[in-house]
Design a protein around this ligand. Sequence first.
Ligand SMILES: NC(=O)c1ccc[n+]([C@@H]2O[C@H](COP(=O)([O-])OP(=O)(O)OC[C@H]3O[C@@H](n4cnc5c(N)ncnc54)[C@H](O)[C@@H]3O)[C@@H](O)[C@H]2O)c1
Length: 255
Amino acid sequence: MERTLAGMVAVVTGAGGGIGAAVSQALADEGAVVAAVDRDEPALAALAERVGATPHPADVRDSSVVDDTVDRIESRLGPIGLLVNVAGVLHPGPATSISDADWQDTFAVNASGVFHMCRAVVRHMRARGAGTVVTVASNAAGVPRAGLAAYAASKAAAVAYTMCLGLEVARDGIRCNVVSPGSTDTAMLRQLWAGGAGPRDTIDGQPDQFRTGIPLGRIGSPADVADAVVFLASARARQITLQNLYVDGGAALRM
Ligand SMILES: NC(=O)c1ccc[n+]([C@@H]2O[C@H](COP(=O)([O-])OP(=O)(O)OC[C@H]3O[C@@H](n4cnc5c(N)ncnc54)[C@H](O)[C@@H]3O)[C@@H](O)[C@H]2O)c1
């Protein structure tokens, strides 16, 4: 069977984590040449070996490191056709007592990291008049969630940046879309369950938290998110840009 992304050079940030690893695997399965980026070097090395990607250790908070990394990927692997922004952090806490350090780190990774990666990659894409960007945000950017103010605000910033970028570069043949996962079984979600709530509470909802639960009745898997990314990256989505695809089992109750 023909592989939908054969030969495409794809950069995936956060590749060492749950969703980033699944995205890297799915892209490689579709024939992409995957450049895996993460600051967690052991996780990155393991992922790279598992899926046949090249590891590029980098911290997306640092724009000069990002610029150098992207230039190195272009010169070693060839023209980047796809950027998938997956790297992210979650520092939960009440809106009135988030520390300055947690707020700044959340924005440095989730918002500035997306900006740094897009700026570095899209200037190469623009010169060639082709390319695709997918930013993995969160359904928390579209629904208020108790205890997630910094995270939700940073993800809303990433969504807005990706959409504005997409508008500016649409005539250059570059499509920019967002995938917004809901609760997905990774280390990040299990960190939230450490407080006592578990999968059942997430699925059924928590009225005291104003959380409505997951209509489809299951926690998402990283592969669910990866499938949406592959679709948006592929030629099957050739007329789709500036869209935000929620992969959350209906949890955000959006029209
Ligand atoms: N798991 C969920 O329920 C869920 C829901 C909605 C959105 N998301 C989003 O999906 C993305 C992936 O999350 P995950 O669940 O796989 O989490 P994860 O913690 O398993 O993976 C996150 C990865 O990002 C990397 N990373 C963090 N900061 C970095 C930095 N400064 N530079 C480079 N790499 C960095 C980490 O090392 C890690 O490998 C995140 O952006 C997250 O916000 C996750």
